[in-house]
Design a protein around this ligand. Structure first.
Ligand code: BMA
Length: 336
């Protein structure tokens, strides 16, 4: 199905006037781009772990990746951020090339990080735990190819639970990647996998859909964002590269509280589509919205943090009741 060439954001969501809330200019060490952050709020303080990419030849078609590491920032209000003096995690060996796109989940008072791992043998999904964002204990790294893992903030049916996006290129002949669920007794061994959301379920996707920020519990279900990608090969230069044919939007859905692989509500339109200047121009890859953090405040306000144009970090807000109302009831989407 063709995805409309023009997509709009939902009227219920507002971009923060101070966007982008974090750029490379705020980073006190070498940085070209900061984006795709995980964000959480713990004991009244906001914590962000962001992807820091370093390039030579920034902004030109000859740009060359030098390094990626994870940076750490804190905030009192979730809007004004102070970046710590050094990256909190850089993992590079002969086998592991870089880690990126972190998501943070607080579970039983500990910080769990899910992240993508580029290796010499494919892209893997990593999970680690930390108490101080200084020492990280790696709990599991999936087989290739998998990424965009997000951990639920509590056990479900006695098991840890995650969403993930494997990418089975060989069996499907092209990009066509969907969101999945797995659970684990110990955060190391993962199984009981179920399809959650397929590309065909999302009217504004034709290429891939995947988990975005860790889900948030509401009385009606697990409220969660996802990223949706449509590809149009007639698109040309739209960033640093010669060609960038994809557009990334954010969607929103509701998952069953006890069987979270079941989608019980889905918004058929994008929650956030690239429209603001920092989303559509001047970036490494324009027209990319990639959410990684979602915080439900006591007031009912939801803050959704997202990377824009693979270049900067932004936040948008909506009321939780409005987000829930967007999720139209659906049944048996991913039924096997
Ligand atoms: C995905 C990931 C994200 C990135 C997006 C758009 O495949 O690499 O980190 O934001 O592409 O480039």
């Amino acid at each position: 199905m063709a995805v409309p060439s023009v997509l709009h954001s939902s009227p219920v969501i507002q971009r923060h006037p101070q966007n982008p809330v974090l750029t490379q200019a705020a980073v006190p060490y070498r940085s070209s781009l900061v984006y795709n952050a995980g964000v959480t709020k713990y004991q009244g303080r906001y914590i962000m772990v962001f992807r820091n990419d370093i390039f030579d030849g920034e902004g030109t078609e000859e740009f060359k990746h030098v390094e990626s590491n994870l940076g750490l920032a804190f905030s009192k209000d979730g809007i004004a951020w102070t970046v710590e003096p050094k990256p909190c995690w850089r993992w590079r060996t002969q086998e592991i090339h870089r880690i990126y796109d972190p998501r943070i989940t607080v579970l039983d008072g500990r910080f769990y990080l899910c992240f993508a791992v580029d290796t010499a043998h494919g892209v893997r999904g990593g999970m680690a735990v930390t108490d101080d964002f200084d020492k990280f204990e790696v709990l599991s790294i999936s087989v290739p190819d998998n990424r965009n893992m997000v951990l639920f903030p509590e056990k479900i049916g006695g098991k840890y639970a995650r969403l993930e996006r494997p990418f089975p290129v060989y069996s499907r002949g092209r990009d066509r990647f969907d969101a999945w669920f797995s659970d684990s007794p110990d955060l190391r061994y993962w199984g009981n996998s179920h399809l959650v959301l397929g590309v065909e379920h999302v009217p504004f996707a034709n290429d891939k859909v995947g988990p975005a920020a860790p889900p948030v519990r509401t009385a009606k279900g697990w409220l969660t964002t996802f990223h949706a990608v449509d590809r149009d090969d007639s698109r040309g230069k739209n960033g640093w590269e010669k060609k960038w044919a994809k557009r990334y939007t954010a969607g929103i859905m509701l998952l069953d509280l006890n069987e979270p692989w079941k989608v019980i509500g889905l918004c058929p339109d994008p929650l956030l589509a690239p429209e603001a200047s920092y989303e559509v121009a001047g970036g490494l890859r324009n027209h990319v919205i990639f959410p990684g953090g979602m915080i439900l405040e006591d007031s009912g306000e939801v803050k959704i943090y997202y990377g824009a144009a693979d270049t900067v970090e932004c936040v948008a807000t909506a009321h939780v009741d409005d987000l829930l109302a967007l999720c139209r009831p659906v049944s048996a989407l991913g039924a096997e």
